[in-house]
Design a protein around this ligand. Structure first.
Ligand SMILES: CC(=O)[C@@H](O)[C@H](O)COP(=O)(O)O
Length: 257
């Protein structure tokens, strides 16, 4: 079970709800993923009027818990205001906090992120911060009251997979008790398995499923990969070795004269 802010979730996959070819495919993909939490961007959906009330109906009908996010916010003020609105709309204190600092890389503004996290946790929010893999920023977020950390593994939508495995490994080692969710940049199920094998608690992804040739099949593939990676981590993976080690015992082998 995945435990986040004291709540238990059967799946370790969190799924985004943007960019699907149709509402029906979104709905099927969420089901195929088995996701316990789905992210919804309050700002984009309500401002764009893309799907209006029908979108909210669909989301409610999925019967999956919603993690509203502050996607598209570029300042502390915007993010905090959006989080407060999300609390009213969804009647939950849970918020995925995104404060974008660079429009090209969609890199989080980690300074604004820490400030916004401090304000929101003081107001009783359960903050899920979208951050970089930076260890010191992670420490500041924990000091600000975050009980979950969500480092990217590559820029949002890039599908590059983990670019800095060493930093992710070191985050895991440094925060053994804090749930760590890799958020953004995963492109393939093998990427998800790779970070789960490092001992990450969960992954959050969107583009790799929504933009796949068959999003429903891809959602299922990611679900399996996440589970496999988690089981492998728990089972105890072998460390790579420099030298060959025979896997077949040589004692008692036949000798020829
Ligand atoms: C869905 C969501 O919350 C996104 O902000 C998230 O970062 C997804 O990233 P990818 O689209 O790269 O999976």
């Amino acid at each position: 079970m995945l435990t986040l802010y004291g709540n238990e979730y059967p799946s370790r996959l969190l799924l985004g709800t943007a960019q699907y070819p149709s509402p029906a495919i979104l709905s099927q993909a969420v089901k195929a993923s088995g996701a316990s939490l789905i992210t919804v961007s309050l700002r984009r959906e309500s401002a764009g009027g893309k799907a209006g009330g029908a979108f909210w109906e669909l989301i409610r009908g999925l019967d999956v818990e919603v993690l509203a996010n502050t996607a598209g916010c570029h300042s502390v003020k915007e993010a905090v205001t959006t989080a407060r609105m999300a609390r009213e709309v969804f009647a939950t204190n849970r918020i995925k906090l995104e404060v974008i600092g660079n429009a090209d890389t969609l890199q989080p503004d980690v300074f604004a992120l820490v400030e916004a996290a401090r304000i929101l946790t003081a107001e009783g929010f359960e903050v899920f911060p979208y951050t970089t893999e930076d260890l010191v920023v992670a420490e500041r977020l924990v000091e600000a009251g975050c009980q979950v950390l969500m480092p990217w593994c590559a820029p949002i939508g890039s599908a590059k997979g983990p670019l800095n495995l060493d930093a992710l490994r070191s985050l895991r080692g440094h925060f053994p008790q804090v749930p760590l969710v890799v958020d953004a940049g995963l492109g393939r199920p093998s990427h998800a398995a790779q970070v789960m094998e490092l001992g990450f608690d969960a992954v959050l992804l969107n583009t790799a499923v929504a933009k796949a040739g068959d999003p429903v099949a891809m959602a299922g593939a990611f679900a399996k990969a996440v589970e496999a990676g988690h089981i492998a981590f728990q089972a105890g993976l072998l460390e790579p070795r420099d030298m060959a080690v025979p896997s077949t015992p040589v004692l008692g082998k036949a000798t020829f004269q």
